[in-house]
Design a protein around this ligand. Structure first.
Ligand SMILES: Nc1ncnc2c1ncn2[C@@H]1O[C@H](COP(=O)(O)OP(=O)(O)OP(=O)(O)O)[C@@H](O)[C@H]1O
Length: 911
């Protein structure tokens, strides 16, 4: 059912003539319009369209894919929840640059004339003016026509990768003698060489023919000639690359580097920023690189990896991204990957290759990078020339995609533990505030910032107001010019259910579309991505899960079915269009209900001081003298108990490990409860010769003949690591001695120091988490207000509305990434509501049995579930989501007052 049979991809791969409107190069603007006057305007594109059948109502508990991290509006007054939660007693009673050097000239298809020019004033981004590298204005980019279904592929997008890997994940077959030991010959593994591959293919055909002719001998001769020719070609190539590398090692000149680029990648020149970054890295400096999506950041570590003597470690946030990057390594660089999700034998193999010096570029997850075993291996035997922090914005809590595990990536650790020589941090989307946080954590001097635009200039950006008929509006858009002619389109939605619903709707209307979200089995996701890349699927309707690392050059349009959660998310997602430099179209459907829903959801990770205090008390409940004890926190039960999401607990624990004071050390997460069944030898016989089994017997209780025990308790009792206990029971299982089951995933840690005062620590942590919550809400407000501002632009005699909308959005994006992100953005929520307090009162009275906090009540009124108040139960209440349009903080305050009143009333009644 989930096959591609519904794909009517045939017409998509047709190759009709190119668009006859090749827009001219984008000239520079003299000055970016700081302000787009909010002129009111009637929205034309979609809202006024006729009304087909109404879209299906969203289910009450949509599975949102947007990354989740705490946030809220302006920090609420720190409430003293010391008496909370209130128990309700029985009684009776949710191409620009910083150096954006240019605003491209914007042209609508109707208004393109070759000499309309708007110039930029070259507003170069200079965070610390005297120190930032001065970036030359980018070369004007020759705009290519969009990728249309009707394109004649007379000149397909340049595919200059001469020596690419096969794309099977193993990737790189030809091992280059990068360490400079000339003269050593390479094994004949030339499968990665495209030329050779085609020779093999050619040979295969000929072989079959000659075999049929009965000309066996000449065929064998030819075979061996071909083999020799292939080897000669590959050896010739390798020695040319070796020569080019040697030349760069001798002198890292522009000429030598360009020669190497040309040889390995087939490109004639570096793109803006690449050469500067490569030279800076080769010069030994840590570097912060900000280039737009698809601008070629990967090359900026791949080339240094060929030159530098040690290993290049690339830290990436997602395994899928690592796999993708590994696949895209040029075949001459041998790569490897280490992630927590690998099988032990895969890890062992990669570690072996690392030790033997076979791997030159290693992709690694941040968790893996800090694994004790991994670190000790590097300390002992391996030298790291370069650590690359990809998607470096994840280091900062002020980014749209903060990852607690990235907090571990501190320069002090990378330099001291890994002996890294330099760091390269790369991102496409970072505000000034995020950049400062990343550069400070990674100790990158402000002089070493290379920042080009955050946005390429080949986008036509548009927004329309939509509502209940959004699916119909989408269909109308997709059936109109230019979308109807575009060969590859991504539609981004917020919720998983939307991807299925919309893709089905499009298919029902003869548009070849597939849904994609993280809830799909991995093999289906891979298949959909591959089918999209090979143009068998025209439209992918996806959540945020799709696109990271996607390098499909000819995506001609990106449509946002809902407003993105932040400018960063918007820029990242539209960045998947037009990577081949052609004009591409990006449309956003704005609707107020979705904005409010997303705003409510932005509060779902918020915490109260009371809950944080309770959590900390639990974390540090172990006796201080038992410092070496391995403590554990079962995720599911803790999440319910403290009404905190897993990510929030992880953020707090990581802060306790990596904040100013190191209170604890995190250990690998594992399923801590083990049920063991002995089969061959008796438990006591095994225990007599095995200390771990002896400890298991001591610490377990027997239930229906099975031994049930807590792995950290067993490990602590004999001072071994939890992984040793796990390894032992695995060995016993292989010998047929036991079978076992594991359950209860838990955070594990050892306490290094108990805080003197839980109260002040919880107050500090709550303040920090509340700021993160506010930051998330503010990002959505800024994105929303940019969309609304673009909607309100009006046609003028000089510019069409689409050109004006593009300018308006570009201007907002520029301001956002280069200005003060903290500036106040008007929210569209209301501050008061007449019936709120009365409704809360009724709500409390009808739910006397529950233990509420003001935050829990505010979430329910916003229609947002939490671990202790799940949607499945609470969406049934009459008040669920009723006050979504009222500011979250206002509801919390009202709830707090009503909770106090309620408790007082009950107390009075009780006496
Ligand atoms: N100098 C160059 N000339 C032509 N093409 C290039 C050049 N450098 C890189 N490319 C190509 O640009 C494409 C995008 O490169 P890459 O994936 O490194 O971009 P990126 O900046 O990492 O993008 P993202 O942020 O989306 O991951 C690749 O196909 C790459 O081969």
């Amino acid at each position: 059912m989930d096959s591609d049979s519904d794909s009517d991809g045939s017409h998509v791969s047709a190759t009709p003539p190119r668009d006859s409107f090749p827009p001219s190069p984008p000239p520079l603007l003299q000055s970016p319009p700081k302000h787009v006057p909010p002129v009111s305007r009637k929205i034309t594109s979609s809202s006024s369209r006729s009304n087909p059948k109404a879209p299906t109502q969203p289910p009450p508990n949509p599975s949102q894919e947007a990354p989740v991290v705490p946030s809220s509006s302006p920090p609420p007054p720190s409430p003293l929840f010391t008496n909370l939660p209130f128990r309700i007693c029985e009684s009776r009673t949710a191409r620009f640059s910083s150096s954006v050097s240019s605003f491209s000239r914007l042209r609508s298809r109707s208004s393109f004339t070759s000499d309309e020019k708007l110039k930029s004033d070259g507003l170069d981004f200079v965070p610390e003016p005297p120190q930032v590298e001065v970036i030359a204005p980018p070369k004007s980019v020759r705009r290519k026509p969009p990728n249309l279904i009707t394109d004649t592929i007379t000149s397909p997008p340049v595919k200059p990768m001469v020596f690419r890997s096969s794309g099977n994940g193993e990737g790189n077959f030809v091992k280059l003698n990068l360490n400079g030991k000339r003269g050593k010959k390479f094994p004949s593994k030339y499968k990665g060489v495209s030329k050779s591959r085609s020779n093999y293919a050619f040979r295969g055909k000929r072989y079959k023919k000659k075999e049929a002719d009965g000309d066996g001998e000449s065929l064998l001769e030819e075979e061996s000639d071909l083999q020799k020719q292939i080897e000669d070609e590959a050896n010739g190539f390798i020695s040319s690359v070796e020569d080019a590398i040697l030349a760069v090692k001798t002198e890292a000149s522009d000429e030598n580097l360009t020669k190497l680029l040309n040889l390995v990648y087939g490109y004639d020149s570096f793109r803006d920023g690449q050469l500067q970054a490569i030279k800076m890295i080769l010069g030994g400096s840590s570097t912060m690189l900000v280039l737009p999506t698809g601008a070629g950041k990967s090359l900026c570590y791949q080339i240094p990896a060929m030159i530098l003597p040690g290993i290049t470690l690339v830290v990436s946030p997602l395994v899928s991204l690592m796999i993708d990057q590994l696949k895209h390594l040029p075949s001459i660089i041998k790569g490897g990957l280490l992630s927590s999700s690998q099988r032990p034998e895969e890890t062992t193999e990669t570690l072996r290759k690392l030790r033997e010096g076979i791997i030159k570029v290693l992709f690694v997850s941040p968790e893996r990078l800090l694994n004790v075993e991994f670190l000790s291996m590097f300390r002992m035997s391996l030298s790291v020339s370069l650590v690359v922090v990809d998607e470096a914005h994840c280091v900062s809590e002020w980014s749209h995609n903060f990852r607690p595990s990235y907090m571990r990536l501190k320069a002090s650790m990378l330099f001291s533990e890994l002996k890294a020589e330099r760091i390269l941090a790369m991102t496409a989307t970072a505000t000034t505030m995020t950049l400062q946080a990343v550069m400070s954590a990674l100790e990158i001097p402000s002089t070493n910032l290379i920042q080009k635009s955050q946005l390429r200039d080949n986008f036509e950006l548009s927004v329309s107001l939509s509502g209940a008929n959004r699916m119909k509006d989408l269909l109308i858009l997709m059936e109109s010019h230019p979308y109807k002619e575009i060969r590859s389109i991504i539609v981004y939605c917020k919720f998983q259910y939307e991807t299925d619903m919309i893709s089905k709707y499009l298919r029902d209307n003869n548009i070849n579309a597939k849904g994609y979200h993280s809830g799909l089995p991995a093999k289906d996701r891979v298949r959909i991505q591959e089918s999209f890349c090979s143009n068998k699927i025209r439209v992918v309707v996806a959540t945020v899960a799709f696109g990271m690392g996607l390098d499909k050059g000819d995506v001609g349009a990106v449509i946002h079915f809902s407003v993105p959660g932040s400018m960063e998310e918007y820029v990242q997602e539209i960045g998947r269009a037009g990577r081949d430099g052609r004009l591409s179209y990006c449309h956003l459907f704005y609707d107020n209900d979705t904005y409010l829903k997303l705003r409510s959801l932005a509060h779902s990770d918020g915490v109260d001081e009371y809950a944080v205090g309770k959590f900390l008390t639990h974390v540090f409940s172990t006796e201080t003298k038992q410092h070496e004890k391995i403590c554990s926190l079962v995720i599911e039960s803790a999440s319910q108990k403290f009404d905190m999401k897993e990510e929030v607990m992880q953020t707090i624990l990581t802060h306790l490990e990596l904040g100013e004071v190191q209170y604890l050390r995190m250990l690998p997460q594992l399923n801590i409860c083990c049920t063991l069944n002995f089969h061959k030898s008796s438990p006591n016989t095994l225990a007599a010769r095995n200390t771990i089994v002896a400890a298991i017997l001591k610490k377990s209780h027997v239930k229906q003949g099975l031994h049930v025990f807590d792995i950290p308790a067993v490990a602590s009792s004999i001072c071994v690591a939890t992984t040793d206990v796990l390894a032992e029971i695995q060995t016993l299982k292989m010998k047929g001695e036991v079978t076992y089951e594991l359950k209860d995933p838990a955070f594990c840690y050892t306490i290094l120091k108990s805080p003197r005062e839980i109260c002040s620590l919880s107050s500090h942590l709550t303040k920090w988490l509340t700021e993160i919550e506010s930051c998330k809400v503010r990002k959505l407000d800024i994105m929303s207000s940019a969309a609304v501002a673009a909607i309100s632009v009006r046609d003028t005699s000089e510019l069409s509305s689409s050109a004006k909308q593009t300018l308006s959005l570009q201007s907002r994006i520029f301001d956002y990434f280069n200005g003060d992100e903290k500036c106040d953005t008007p929210s569209k929520t209301t501050q008061n509501c007449a019936f709120l307090r009365a409704d809360i009162k009724v709500f409390l009275q009808s739910n006397r049995q529950a233990k509420f906090t003001p935050r829990a009540i505010a979430r329910i009124m916003h229609g947002v579930g939490s671990p202790a108040f799940p949607n499945s139960v609470w969406s049934k209440t009459h008040f669920w989501g009723r006050y979504m349009s009222v500011e979250f903080r206002v509801i919390m305050e009202a709830a707090q007052t009503e909770l106090f009143n309620f408790v007082d009333r009950n107390a009075a009644l009780a006496t």
